[in-house]
Design a binder for this molecule. Sequence first.
Ligand code: G3I
Length: 338
Amino acid sequence: MTSLATIYRPYFPVGAAVEPETLTTQGSLLVSQVNSVVAENAMKWECIHPSSGSGPAAYDFRRADTIVEFASRHGWSVRGHNLVWHQQCPSWVFQEGAGSASRERVLGRMREHIAALLVHFRGSVYCWDVVNEALSERAGSWRVDSPWFRAAGAEVDGTGVPEYVLRAFQYARAADPSVQLFYNDYRIESGDKLRGALELVRALRSKGLIDGVGIQGHWTIFEPDPEDVRHAIVSFASLGVKVQITELDLSVFRSGDSASLPALPSELERRQAKQYGALFKVFREEAQAGRLSGVTFWGIADDHTWLDDYPVKGRKDWPLLFDTAQRPKSAYGTVTQW
Ligand code: G3I
């Protein structure tokens, strides 16, 4: 079997999201196929900094270090995911005694957390998703139900950007000026959310605080139109930032469909192959034009995918290029032969 990483070497690194466990259960497939990796959960706040406090005892780097060491042994690059997100962040971050912590206290904790991670992973993680999913799906406005927004959501400096977003990028830049700083979000390839993301990137860029944008790529085999994805890549790149596809998987279910299937029907596998093929054609062309610099799958094979529990808990989905037995699917063919 040919290697995705080798075939795509002239274009961009090919990555996958992993857990320490999947380095074992999917290890040989990963080693043969990718040259970049991201932690699916191990670098998120609740995993790496579960207890309150700022000393070494408050952090647990073991799961993340397992991934970084494996990556280093195989010469892979490592994306950092993520520093500030409204999910998987412990409630202590926003509390003080029985009440809510002050804005200053929450921002102070954020600063310490960011500094601790950037120092620990200096030289081994080349970029960070500094802020993840700060935009709501509604009219490209801010996600106001985020505890971060509640604590420090007012805009500062006339930028139109919530304080917590701006500070996260400032703290990250100060902690390690050499690491690349990304904003990462989903459904930012079109519509109001694209417009909102472009405004955010423009504002951060004008302050020299951002290096790249991650378009997540949690899509389906029916949408989006690959030309919309191209338009988004071109639009972000025109602001002078790097663009990566960071969390690619194509569900075989339409958005909002809660039906189940006993197995992947061949007609849907064909459709998936066609859509993956069309997307990778755009990715190659945009890479050649200097506008796309990375593609990371959210997993590697259908035996481990978050979509088995979302949006319907326990419903099997088949969103990746390799099947549950880690054999190449039709989509592997359209992505590797053109
Ligand atoms: O760690 C606990 C474990 O202690 C417990 O026993 C177990 C029981 O369910 O749950 C474990 O936590 C799970 C965690 O993954 C780690 O495995 C959570 O239930 C589960 O909800 C969580 O899901 C992750 C999800 O983010 C959280 O929103 C997925 O694995 C992960 O793939 C997903 O990744 C996100 C990206 O970070 C951001 N973009 C969207 C993407 C998909 O939601």
